[in-house]
Design a protein around this ligand. Sequence first.
Ligand code: 7RM
Length: 528
Amino acid sequence: MLLDLGVKRGDVVGIYMGMVPEAVIAMLACARIGATHNVVFGGFSADAVAERMNDSGAVVLITQDGAWRRGAIVELKQAADAAVKRCPKIRHMVVVKRTAQAVKMKSGRDHWWHELLSAAASTHRAKGFGSEHPLFILYTSGSTGKPKGILHTTGGYLTQVAWTAKHVFDLRDTDVYFCTADIGWITGHSYIVYGPLANGATVLMYEGAPMHPEPDRLWTMVERHGATIFYTAPTAIRAFMKSGEQWPARHDLSSLRLLGTVGEPINPEAWMWYQAVIGGGRCPVVDTWWQTETGAIMVAPLPGATTTLPGTATQPLPGIIVDVVRKDGTSCAPNEGGLLVVQHPWPSMLRTVFGDPARYRSTYWSDFPKRGSHPGWYFTGDGARKDKQGNIWIMGRVDDVVNVSGHRLGTAEVESALVSHRSVAEAAVVARPDEIKGQALVAFVTLKQGASRSNLPRLAEELRAHVGTEIGHIAKPDAVRFAEALPKTRSGKIMRRLLRELVSGANVTGDTTTLEDMSVLEQLRDED
Ligand code: 7RM
């Protein structure tokens, strides 16, 4: 189909779809003909699509009429139309029929997937390409407003995603592997599509929302399909904890034999809950640290070989050389907080920021540059500490690491302490400038269903005391603010930058295009 539309090797093809099989088929079709795919998450707006298509120079956009989400239609074709108006290089749109409501088709430009397919040749011989041939561009947000087009290539990327999928998930032929990520994120690329499929795995892919129509939606599917491996994010685990154990308890989850997490530090409480309630105490939990930029898992236990510990992704995988260092590049002492660097190239590393090699250098390679005999290190942007056993404890992005009265604290640690309190569902901790301490902590907290809201000032005091007991008085937040919800990106990451701007008395000025629900921010601001 793509060849019939004149797509050539090296052309960029946009994919703006929900979680339908055709999305994976489209990605693999690009790979077969040497086109570079640029998947944009189906929850993004027309503006976000246009920006990403134009930045990458895409010539074709594959989309669908609509996607199903909580029983309603997400109008993808409509949004794609609005986007493509501003994308002069896009020559064709291919539209999968999924929801079948009426959509406008522009003749000559727009084509139905099923019509192109019935006209296309029924066989195609996959072409071979060099290992450094571009495979995909995936946009990710940085500290500035403009998203970065992370470029991955073919050989090294596939080598590392295939190896890590096989060994970190202990993937076997009999497994039914279920990863809840969306293919619009790197986790979907590497651990729904390329890693498992390169191993010939059976992959379970789910189109809808995790809590719809009820909070046991995913457990229904684990039971029905006999899923054996389950990979999700801490934010989802905390949401399941919040809705209560009765939901997983309704289902036979005994098919599960391995659980994974990714995306943010997992607080030990959530790790224990996941292990006990979902894993029935039988399943190893693999906490996997990696990034869009690293392409594949870098730090994680090898089940059966590595001793796991709640809250740490444990040790770098074989061949991955990381360290926690000070700003001057010297190694930190055990448990001393520092910067997580990768000191040796790895197969699936990003090759550049598409169209902006200067930004690639300055973002990743300027903190520990190549100089004299120093080879130059990759800076992850994450703060971490390494314990005596060599386990890596991620403390969050460095902008989430704060200094209170000369003490270096990971806001993630304070959050983890807060979440270990019986009333707390989720917490986000940020710093505001403080004349005496340098920085002071403000905690935003959402409460579990059923937690008493009758005396919030007393609960705030209790939470401060609780953090005092868990970490030490230095970590006690100066203020605890109760919220209905926390501002999150569509992939579930708490946008601490917005909270930081809010508590610093500054206007929230930065980019908010990745915020899932704008009203959450308004609500917090009104209470200010
Ligand atoms: C895979 C993914 C990357 C950032 C990374 C960290 C955080 C990811 C973990 C984690 C603690 C983990 N790619 N992060 N995994 N923090 N423990 N297991 O999420 O590009 O979207 O984000 O996510 O800060 O730098 S990403």
